[in-house]
Design a protein. Structure first.
Length: 295
């Protein structure tokens, strides 16, 4: 599966996971307000299609293949189609039935599911340091998210948000185990391409063709794709070095990053709860020094 952990490999993998969280937070900030409450499928289809195109050009420019290694192609296609594409659709669908804070809080249960899934698959008990970091990360993320807005959600929103969390868990765990010989750029390219196809299918099935609107909409969608491409590269490379469990824990940095970026670019205040949550999330930094295996 993953190469034996080393101090340097762990450090690089953890830094890449942090970068992934920052880039995904940038996607949220750039895309804020583009949908105006409309179904998200067209936006997501465009976002992932542009991401795939960007990664394809980058792969060609750097001499990397456009096709995954033999034996990994079907798996990566399904990961993008059923995993990441479905996760994105469920997340934005849940936003129509609850506050962003509550939906995000439920989504960020995914590190718990990732750790449980890895424990079952590997038949080992998670290391105590990982469990402690997970608890502190989830606590900090909850403080940041709930502190920003009230907890408000319908039953349908709960089902969709939990489904999103489980879909993302399946995506992380499966990608870690499938993309062994395929390089991170090609992996990200295929995941993005099939996530786009997934959301195109949802758009056709629901006859939802709501295009992003507002000032600079095309430029903002392109920026979302560029940040997604960078995040995918960091994610795939991180998974190879530190595995799904630690990648998921460090990924909980994203809500904090969103809060900070929203304060800088959207003028939203940083509250005392955000600062408190940041203190809890800061324990994730301890992951940069962990040398033991995920489990």
């Amino acid at each position: 599966m993953n190469a034996p952990p080393t101090s340097r490999s762990d450090l690089i993998g953890s830094v890449l996971a942090v970068a992934m969280g920052v880039l995904f937070a940038c996607v949220v900030i750039v895309g804020a307000g583009l949908l105006h409450g409309e179904p998200p499928f067209t936006l997501l289809c465009l976002r992932f299609a542009l991401t795939a195109i960007m990664l394809a050009f980058l792969a060609l420019a750097t001499g990397r293949p456009l096709i995954p290694a033999p034996g990994e192609r079907l798996g990566l296609a399904l990961v993008g189609l059923l995993g990441y594409g479905t996760e994105s659709a469920l997340y934005f669908g849940a936003l129509n039935h609850g506050s962003a804070a509550t939906v995000t809080l439920l989504f960020y249960l995914y590190p718990v599911w990732v750790m449980l899934a890895a424990s079952l698959l590997e038949r080992r008990v998670p290391a105590r340091t990982l469990v402690l970091s997970l608890v502190m990360a989830l606590a900090g993320g909850a403080i940041v998210i709930v502190g920003g807005a009230g907890v408000d959600i319908e039953t349908a929103g709960i089902v969709l948000a939990l489904g999103c969390s489980l879909a993302y868990t399946g995506y992380l765990v499966a990608t870690e185990r499938i993309a062994i010989a395929t390089n991170p750029m090609t992996t990200g390219l295929w995941v993005a391409a099939f996530a786009s196809i997934s959301n195109l299918t949802y758009a056709l099935a629901s006859t939802s063709w709501s295009l992003p609107s507002g000032g600079l909409a095309p430029l903002r969608v392109t920026a979302m794709a560029a940040f997604t491409a960078g995040a995918f590269l960091c994610m795939m490379a991180s998974l190879r070095r530190i595995g799904a469990v630690r990648n998921g824990i460090i990924g909980v940095l994203e809500p904090l990053t969103v809060a900070v970026l929203a304060a800088i670019f959207l003028g939203q205040p940083i509250t005392a709860t955000v600062i408190l949550g940041a203190g809890a999330i800061a324990t994730i930094v301890g992951q940069l020094r962990i040398r033991e295996p995920d489990l």
